[in-house]
Design a protein around this ligand. Structure first.
Ligand SMILES: C[S@@+](CC[C@H](N)C(=O)[O-])C[C@H]1O[C@@H](n2cnc3c(N)ncnc32)[C@H](O)[C@@H]1O
Length: 269
């Protein structure tokens, strides 16, 4: 009977989904997979970048305000743990598009009582893990920002969505991509209205510097061109400006170079 066949398929896919969500802390698969990206070697060049970003965020965050940090925690939540050392009461919102990275990282999330939670919204459901201090969503960052502008659903559902994922007081957008057209387009959606409830806040954007550098021959400084691109995209919001405070490059000699722009989102005069 067709309906029985459909039921079987549904049962099968339910099992498959259940299997995917099981956390297996002893599983070895992740070790090999993450060795390259998350070895001490990678950290050698990443650590000075993190420290400079941390100094910037701590010195530009409103001192008495509880911190609600948005970032890309990857597998190790290293930067979030650095914040936690300095601001033990901070809360963390993260986004990760790779389920494998997210699942591996769940054991490193700051906080206690970590559990899976499906957040239901009108346009679908978002898979998340949450703890007493953190929440990570299995989602594409650009979709997230898009939804912050065009949320479909009731007022109550929207309030719930904002409380769950937004209200950041500091953020580091560090997806390890170069400044493609898509990345640029997504940037001007970042300081969207859901983020703005809290006023001025420190926002950092990092990007990789690829071979495209070599083809820029108009005599201007390619890094400063990118800093300006980030600034202008983040300033496209009619109510907000992005004021650059610090910009620097980092990376291993002969390896990938990263650019980082630290700035403050401020109301437009
Ligand atoms: C460079 S790592 C972040 C490192 C972190 N800031 C640290 O200090 O260790 C970037 C992570 O973001 C994820 N990512 C990249 N682009 C993304 C996107 N558009 N949406 C969601 N996650 C993304 C990658 O899979 C990766 O795990």
């Amino acid at each position: 009977m067709p309906s029985a066949a459909l039921d079987d398929t549904a049962a099968l896919s339910r099992n498959a989904i259940h299997e995917r969500r099981t956390i297996q802390p002893e599983r070895d698969l992740s070790r090999e997979y993450f060795q390259r990206e998350f070895s001490g070697q990678a950290d050698e060049w990443k650590q000075p970048q993190r420290e400079r970003v941390l100094d910037f965020i701590l010195s530009h965050h409103r001192p008495r305000q509880p911190m609600r940090f948005f970032g890309f925690p990857a597998a190790m939540w290293t930067f979030e743990k650095m914040i936690q050392d300095r601001r033990p009461d901070a809360k963390f919102i993260g986004v990760e598009r790779s389920w494998q990275v997210l699942e591996y990282g769940v054991r490193h999330m700051p906080g206690e009582r970590t559990e899976f939670e499906k957040v239901e919204i009108k346009t679908g459901a978002i898979d998340t893990f949450k703890s007493s201090q953190s929440r990570i969503a299995h989602f594409h960052a650009e979709h997230f920002w898009e939804m912050s502008r065009f949320f479909i659903g009731s007022r109550a559902a929207r309030r719930q969505f904002v409380q769950t994922f937004f209200g950041w007081t500091a953020a580091w957008i560090d997806p390890f991509t170069s400044i493609t057209g898509r990345f640029r387009e997504s940037l001007h959606r970042v300081p969207a209205r859901f983020v703005e409830n809290y006023g001025n806040f420190p926002l950092v954007v990092s990007f990789s510097i690829g071979r495209e550098y070599e083809f820029e021959s108009n005599g201007s400084d390619p890094f400063m061109n990118r800093v300006e691109l980030v600034r202008s995209e983040l300033s496209k919001n009619q109510f907000r400006d992005f004021v650059v405070v610090d910009a620097f490059t980092s990376g291993r000699e002969g390896g990938v170079q990263m650019g980082t722009v630290c700035g403050v989102v401020v109301p437009r005069k």
